[in-house]
Design a protein around this ligand. Structure first.
Ligand code: ADP
Ligand code: MG
Length: 388
């Protein structure tokens, strides 16, 4: 789960990381009102969407007067902001953040994430702030410092000094850097973060370190113990089909291909996607209906798959271990009747009561292509989609 910049900054503040003052607004009047609480001659109006690169898309504007705040807020609110990270469809802007302008001397990069290779919390720091870190990594990797923290000894003062040296921060700024690193590490652990990215972290003209942008992601599996964070979930920022799927406890991820997959078990779902690719086409989605797939769940899964306009065929691949194949077959038949599937449907069933399941499908009068095993199923759906 991700947060908006203004929410992430509230957390940064709570843990003692330096941020500028700001107020979130949903109307131009509210945005103008924010000035009363800000103490600078310049302001920044920032569109609140989860994707980055807002500056490039016109979603970050530096202004000087209340009238300009109002007109920029008016322009941004309700606009579909397209940035290099949103894809061509963009995102609707529902909130803006009005913040004190910072006199920037240098823009730096700082982030933290879980290094999956060594299972530790890692820091990434670079003097090249405000840019895509991927570009910096590709073109000038020597300008990036990466290290991870041993969880047994925890964060040590030398970690802070290491980051300060990499960011070329000296004297009091190095001290501020040490404090910031400690605050971020505490926040990262306390809230079960998976990513905190401050890009840019700036040095102001009066030598203050400040978090100017903030991206924060959390481990979904730990959200149950962070109700405060879970409440901040913004479903407008998520794929509508994925939101719908989560209501029915289905694990669904939309992909770019044209063969819809309905599978039970994540491992089987992965191998189903692999074998579709092996036979020359691309899966339209990852979908795990779980171990206890009911008729309702199967119906919902069909609806979600069919809501994707790219889908030209569906492959159902179910292994009845705990589930019985005849129950699954009944679910498929009911769902097929209810959702009016207009594309080829290949079904491969295996496991408990498989014969009974196959009989039900054969006698259903539905246009179902039965398959014997995974390979047969993949070949059949690819052939059906290609009209062979
Ligand atoms: P994004 O990464 O989505 O483009 P940022 O918050 O990083 O958005 O803003 C883009 C750029 O706008 C920053 O690199 C910085 O130069 C400038 N900027 C952002 N916030 C402020 C601020 N409070 N004061 C001055 N400049 C700012
Ligand atoms: Mg940024």
């Amino acid at each position: 789960m991700n947060l908006h910049e203004y929410e992430a900054k509230a957390l940064l503040k709570e843990f003692g990381a330096p941020t500028a003052n700001g107020h979130v607004a949903t109307t131009p009047d509210e945005a103008a009102e924010a000035v009363k609480h800000l103490d600078t001659g310049t302001y920044v109006v920032k569109a609140q969407i989860h994707a980055g690169g807002r500056g490039k898309g016109g979603g970050v504007k530096l202004v000087k007067t209340v009238d300009e705040i109002r007109s920029e807020a008016d322009r941004m609110l309700g606009m579909t902001l397209v940035t290099p990270q949103t894809g061509p469809e963009g995102r609707l802007v529902r909130k803006v953040y009005v913040e004190e302008g910072s006199p920037i001397a240098r823009e730096l990069y700082l982030s933290m994430l879980v290094d999956r290779a060594d299972g530790r919390v890692a820091f990434v720091a670079s003097t090249e702030g405000g840019m895509d870190i991927e570009t910096v990594a590709a073109e000038t990797p020597e300008k990036i410092l990466t290290f991870s923290v041993d969880p047994a000894s925890g964060l040590q003062p030398f970690h802070g000094r290491k980051v300060a040296a990499a960011l070329k921060l000296e004297g009091d700024l190095a001290k501020q850097c040490g404090k910031l690193i400690a605050a971020l590490y505490k926040l990262f652990l306390a809230k079960d973060c998976s990513l905190i990215e401050i890009n840019p972290l700036v040095v102001t003209e009066d030598d203050q370190l400040r978090c100017l942008d903030a991206k924060m992601s959390f481990d979904d599996n730990a959200l149950f113990r962070h109700k405060d964070i879970a409440e901040l979930r913004d479903i407008h920022e998520e794929d509508p089909a994925e939101v719908e799927a989560s209501k029915y406890d289905l694990s669904y991820v939309k992909l770019d291909g044209d063969i819809g997959c309905m599978v039970n078990g994540a491992g089987l779902a992965m191998s189903t996607m692999d074998i579709i690719k092996l036979y020359g086409r691309e899966p339209a989605n990852f979908l795990d209906v779980g171990g206890g797939a009911t008729k309702e769940k199967v119906t919902e899964a069909f609806k979600i798959i069919l809501s994707d306009e790219n889908v030209k065929g569906i492959l159902v691949n179910i292994f009845g271990g705990i589930m019985r194949c005849d129950v699954i077959a009944e679910g498929i038949i009911a769902a097929a009747k209810e959702t009016n599937i207009g594309v080829p449907l290949v079904v491969r069933l295996e496991g408990t009561n498989v014969e009974k399941g196959k009989e039900l499908l054969a006698g259903s009068g539905l246009d179902i292509i039965a398959a014997d095993d995974l390979e047969d199923a993949a070949k059949k759906i690819v052939a059906a989609v290609e009209g062979k």
